[in-house]
Write a protein that binds this ligand. Structure first.
Ligand code: HEC
Ligand code: HEC
Length: 350
């Protein structure tokens, strides 16, 4: 069969499914999901379409400590509102008080990335959820007496409010996959919009969204120091990996991206972090080694930390910018304007 035939059949079957849905009066109208205005559409996997009921279920699971191996950590527990959706620690403390090696990154716009974690080792949110859940973060490993994801699903299925929702959304009881799908769908709604982000509003033409000092800071960020070589566009991130020298002086440094790519050139390179809510998410960098935002900015303005794999090319403008105290204050004001304006209401748990 030719490609055209296959896609035609696909279209017809989709049409058919659609018509079926329309005949069903109880089918909820498709809900509009938050999106980054002026940016490409979020890619939602075909086998995990968004629905209101699924997102609501995923939100409950994301906030529920009963998901963790030790019963006292939720996903949200390390991605907190007051810390810009991070945990306020240098490196995270996982279930069973296991000390992890990296800092918790923010959750803003995770649905727009095709690779997750500082080294990009996970390529889909659905997979990432199971990784975080069964790994050190949430500790549902099934090892050393800790419950497995299946064990925890059995517990969830005994809670009538959950059993009903899984039945409604997935047509069956909770499984590790359906939990992951629901949590992934919920995370796709954590988005910076023209309503909650002055930066996004500004990028979409609302000149008044930033004040004069913040606008001067934006010019330094984008033109003079060219932070945008990496912290670029609506995401403030280029989806690439760069070595800026963090942690390279350790005895056995975290080699970051090269663990995944097996490319020596990627030694000590990490995914460019988005800078949304940056004033709230101290300490900074993948190892939480820098305490304040000002020190983090100074480090970037110094051109990163010298090492064999430093991305000197992209950091050259920052290094040579030679900015005055006043310009530095403007830059800081711009970074603070990247804070997102939102209030989390934790969902009621069944
Ligand atoms: C103990 C703290 C902790 C808990 C609990 C936790 N996380 Fe995280 N999260 C982290 C850390 C640390 C990283 C970065 C790990 C890395 O890059 O190697 C991370 C990374 C992520 C990322 C990738 C973000 C990006 O920009 O690449 C997502 C998505 C995420 N977590 C979602 C979750 C979900 C869903 C759960 C619950 C199943 C969860 N987290 C539970 C600490 C935690
Ligand atoms: C070469 C690409 C590149 C350039 C240019 C760049 N950054 Fe970064 N930035 C990164 C990467 C990669 C990280 C994470 C590094 C790590 O943790 O190992 C980072 C981290 C940061 C952090 C800490 C973020 C966090 O969540 O902990 C801040 C703040 C920051 N950069 C600000 C700036 C500013 C301001 C400029 C311009 C003066 C700039 N950056 C220029 C790539 C870049």
């Amino acid at each position: 069969m030719s490609k055209l035939h296959v896609s035609l059949m696909l279209m017809l079957s989709l049409l058919f499914l659609h018509c079926g849905a329309m005949e069903e009066p109880s089918e909820p109208a498709p809900m509009a999901w938050p999106e980054i205005a002026g940016y490409e559409e979020m890619v939602v996997p075909a086998d995990n379409p968004m629905s209101e009921a699924k997102v609501a279920l995923g939100a409950q699971l994301y906030y529920d400590q009963r998901l963790s191996g030790d019963g006292n950590r939720s996903c949200y527990g390390c991605h907190l509102e007051e810390n810009g959706l991070t945990d306020g620690r240098a490196t995270a403390l996982g279930a069973f008080d296991k000390q992890l090696t990296r800092a918790a990154p923010t959750m803003w716009n995770v649905g727009y990335y095709d690779a997750l974690y500082w080294d990009g080792r996970s390529t889909a949110l659905e997979k990432q959820v199971k990784g975080a859940w069964s790994g050190g973060n949430m500790g549902a490993s099934g090892n050393d007496g800790a419950p497995s994801m299946d064990d925890i699903c059995a517990t969830l299925n005994e809670i009538p409010g959950y059993a009903e929702q899984f039945q409604e959304v997935f047509g069956g009881p909770a499984t590790p996959d359906s939990v992951a799908y629901a949590v992934a769908a919920f995370m796709r709604t954590i988005v910076t919009t023209t309503e909650n982000s002055r930066y996004i509003a500004f990028q979409n033409g609302d000149e008044a969204a930033l004040n004069d000092q913040e606008k001067r800071g934006w010019m330094i960020f984008s033109e003079k120091a060219k932070c945008t070589n990496c912290h670029d566009g609506r995401l403030l991130a280029d989806k690439q990996y760069h070595n800026v020298g963090i942690g390279m002086d350790a005895e056995s440094p975290d080699i970051g991206r090269s663990n995944v790519s097996q490319d020596e050139q990627d030694t000590g390179a990490f995914k460019t972090p988005s800078l949304f809510d940056i004033s709230k998410s101290a300490p900074y960098f993948h190892d939480g080694s820098v305490a304040t935002l000002e020190e983090a900015v100074d480090l970037m303005l110094s051109g990163g930390k010298e090492n064999e794999w430093l991305d000197e090319e992209n950091l050259a403008d920052a290094k040579n910018a030679d900015i005055s105290d006043e310009e530095k204050a403007d830059l800081m004001a711009f970074l603070e304007a990247l804070d997102v304006d939102y209030m989390i209401e934790e969902p009621m748990l069944p």
